[in-house]
Design a protein around this ligand. Structure first.
Ligand code: ZN
Length: 318
């Protein structure tokens, strides 16, 4: 995951360098067009260097600042005469919104928070969508979301709208979406994960059965004497994303095969994420009582304690 952020930082740095280079070219163009101005620039630069060298040698430079000031005044008169403004001497960033820093200040609830600028979201999104498995659900996004889908299911529609609003503020809490299949749980959860990825926040969608398999593979790699490097890299990256993604969707809890590690794996995922303050959406066709039976009291307690529970089924569940 850090690789793509390194790449983005490099892109930002190159953009800053580019705009500095463009500025120098622009100034060189001005100085060529108005040689008088170019001559002045040169004199000021020479004097500044002279001042630096002399003071390094311990010589007196008392008269130099005044000379520079006179030349600078002349320069600013000339600039005005030729219709040049301060804009001509300022770098023009690739992105005016963030000035190529990659972050913008956003006010939320009266507090200022930093968010990735849209220019780097554009750079990050393709990688985030692919690495987080969100590309596997091409039809699922808030843009494609059709609230009419929920007309016969007002309860589900309400939850969908709430998730959309929360996602748009990047404020999804830990939540479990209950409901029989076909009620749009996965749709709502994947759309939220997609929104996060498109806004520069690493997110991931994984079926719980696949997450379980991945945790098993990761254990094997840790214990193995040798694993092919590309496999080790792939599995480790996915396992890291399960823990570190800003938003993780654990889809379809309850249909996976039960293994001796099922409970421990889920506890590990939920606890590590809670410690890091990362948010998780769990979807399941089962009700909470069945989950308790299936995963044991500890998983149940975690969910009960810190997850908001929503049902998308048309009929209200207990
Ligand atoms: Zn920007």
């Amino acid at each position: 995951m850090s690789d793509i952020f390194d790449e983005v930082n490099l892109t930002l740095e190159n953009r800053r360098i580019d705009s500095e280079v463009r500025l120098q070219e622009h100034i060189a163009g001005i100085n060529q067009k108005f040689p008088e101005l170019g001559q002045l620039e040169k004199e000021i630069a020479d004097l500044t260097q002279d001042q630096l060298l002399k003071s390094l040698n311990g010589e007196s430079v008392a008269d130099i600042p005044e000379k520079i000031e006179v030349l600078e005044e002349k320069r600013s008169e000339l600039r005005k005469k030729y219709g040049l403004s301060e804009e001509d001497y300022r770098p023009v960033p690739f992105c005016a919104k963030c000035k190529d820093t990659g972050v913008v200040d956003v006010t939320e609830d009266g507090k200022t928070v930093q968010r990735p600028c849209s220019c780097i979201c554009e750079l990050l999104a393709p990688t985030l969508l692919a690495s987080g498995g969100i590309n596997k659900y091409p039809g699922m996004s808030f843009e494609k979301g059709n609230e009419a889908f929920y007309t016969n299911n007002p309860a589900g529609g309400k939850v969908y709208t709430a998730i959309k609003t929360l996602a748009e503020h990047l404020r999804i809490p830990d939540m479990v979406l209950f409901g029989t299949s076909g009620q749009g749980k996965t749709f709502a959860a994947v759309s939220a994960a997609r929104y996060y990825a498109e806004h520069g926040m690493p997110s991931m969608v994984i079926r719980l059965s696949d997450a379980q398999e991945l945790m098993m593979e990761y254990r094997k790699i840790v214990q193995a004497f040798y694993t092919a490097p590309d496999k080790e890299k792939r599995v480790t990256a996915l396992r890291d994303l399960i823990v570190n993604a800003e938003l993780l969707v654990l889809d379809d809890m309850g249909v996976e095969a039960k293994t001796p590690n099922s409970e421990a794996d889920i506890l590990y995922i939920l606890d590590s994420r809670a410690q890091l303050g990362k948010k998780t959406i769990i979807t399941t066709n089962y009700d909470i009582a069945t989950l308790r039976e299936r995963y044991g009291a500890r998983v149940y307690e975690r969910i009960k304690r810190s997850y908001k529970c929503y049902s998308l089924s048309p009929k209200k569940e207990g």
